[in-house]
Design a protein. Sequence first.
Length: 81
Amino acid sequence: MREYTTKLLNMMDEGLISAEAVAEMAVAYMSEDDVKDMMLANDIITDDYDDEDLDPNFDEDTEYDGQPDEAQEWHDFDPDC
């Protein structure tokens, strides 16, 4: 039996915690590979997924230099920023 899963789902049904909060906690807890696997398993992305698929600023003509952009640097420095 999935005791804690059932308890959490019941808490969501009762309005004690929002689905958004649960999703944020779960994704923050999971590794990047776990999130990707979950997205693949639920057909959110496909096996031929590429990082640029989710980057609205991706420019095919610009060669990636391997360095993070300013936003990523700030996020890595302080995720709450």
